[in-house]
Write a protein that binds this ligand. Structure first.
Ligand SMILES: [Zn+2]
Length: 191
């Protein structure tokens, strides 16, 4: 088999939607070819590259589609980056733009417990928001009301679709292989 290629292959569910929107579901071309030969997926688009082996030749897949529908995961895992992305990397008390590594310079963000930990506020999407340091300091161990702060949005558990949408707003220039573009409902990248 041809070595040295290292291109990601987009995995679509049987309904032609990405198996996961955020992060996007991708596999290596080797796993894509394996899925194809095992009858688990078919090839929707290919790169302009040919894979050679002693017994066959085929174009390198760029998009594969699962033959059987898999119930997609709707709820993203809880972590700092996903939470900041839900909040568009902005302080949810004053709206100040926070730093996004590699994309935008801004103030450092912190994770704030809306209902403070000391009075039983839990960890997770429902009780945590992105906050700039000054707002977090001002708030201290108090509720927003006690501290005279107002939340700009209600903390909620985001969907993967929402995080994908936000990631496109934050970084609209993010590039994908042109073969993926028709399946992601995004503008074709311009060179
Ligand atoms: Zn703030």
């Amino acid at each position: 088999m041809t070595a040295g290629y290292n291109k990601p292959v987009l995995v679509l569910n049987a309904d032609y939607q990405p198996l996961s929107w955020y992060p996007l579901s991708v596999v290596s071309w080797k796993d894509a070819v394996k899925s194809f030969f095992m009858g688990r997926a078919h090839i929707a688009a290919s790169y302009d590259l040919t894979l050679h082996s002693p017994s066959f030749e085929m174009d390198m897949p760029s998009v594969i589609v699962l033959n059987e529908y898999i119930k997609p995961q709707k709820r993203p895992a809880f972590n700092r980056v996903n939470l900041y992305l839900r909040d568009m990397f902005e302080c949810q008390y004053c709206g100040k733009e926070g730093n996004i590594p590699g994309i935008r310079k801004g103030g450092a963000l912190t994770l704030d417990h809306v209902i403070p930990k000391c009075v039983g506020g839990g960890r997770g999407y429902k009780n945590m928001v992105a906050s700039c340091s000054p707002c977090n300091t001002k708030k201290g161990g108090r509720t927003p009301k006690q501290a005279g702060l107002k939340l700009l949005s209600k903390p909620h558990h985001p969907t993967v679709r929402e995080l994908w949408k936000n990631s496109r707003i934050i970084d609209p220039t993010g590039r994908f292989p042109e073969q993926w573009v028709p399946y992601l409902n995004i503008e074709e990248p311009e060179d």
